[in-house]
Write a protein that binds this ligand. Structure first.
Ligand SMILES: [Zn+2]
Ligand SMILES: [Zn+2]
Length: 165
């Protein structure tokens, strides 16, 4: 079907809306500079795409992962967050108070020495846990976006290293 035909059938406004929604989602993740939950994407993208709904956010996130534009960040026992694929090798920090996840650009490098003798390390994943700057300085933590049921853990950074599948 040609563009003229699409216009004639009234598809153009819908295509335009889909493009605008995809753009708003992409921009929201780029602006945040940290992995976002779908609900956070929705909140951040709504200003640019009024009428955007959570189902559309989920659909776009899934498609953008399939197309290699985004990747899902899975922390143990937590919902998937989404970040741009072009970020390169990096790690994450999760605030135990507000539960937001941030990028950590530093990397300890070769972790082969942690593996048992005779094991070959091929990759690593590393997540730091503690308090973000906002929560470390604020008396009240920022409201948690999606895990309000979980009480804030005590302060202090933990480290968890687990091999990527
Ligand atoms: Zn925080
Ligand atoms: Zn690393």
């Amino acid at each position: 079907m040609t563009c003229v035909a699409l216009l004639a059938f009234g598809y153009a406004p819908e295509m335009e809306r889909n493009t605008r929604q995809r753009f708003a989602i992409r921009e929201a993740i780029a602006r945040a500079g940290r992995p976002l939950l779908p609900q956070e994407v929705l909140q951040a993208a709504q200003a640019d795409a009024p009428g955007l709904g959570i189902a559309t956010v989920y659909r776009n996130l899934r498609q953008m992962v399939e197309q290699g534009e985004l990747r899902a960040v899975m922390l143990p026992g937590d919902s998937a967050r989404y970040e741009a694929c072009d970020a390169g090798h990096h790690h994450h920090f999760q605030c135990r108070a507000c539960l937001r996840v941030f990028e950590v650009q530093a990397c300890p490098g070769n972790l082969s020495g942690l593996a048992p003798a005779g094991f070959t390390v091929e990759d690593h994943d590393l997540t730091l846990y503690g308090r973000c700057r906002d929560c470390a300085t604020a008396r009240q933590p920022r409201s948690a976006p999606a895990r309000a049921d979980k009480p804030p853990a005590r302060a202090g950074a933990g480290v968890q290293v687990h091999r990527r599948r």
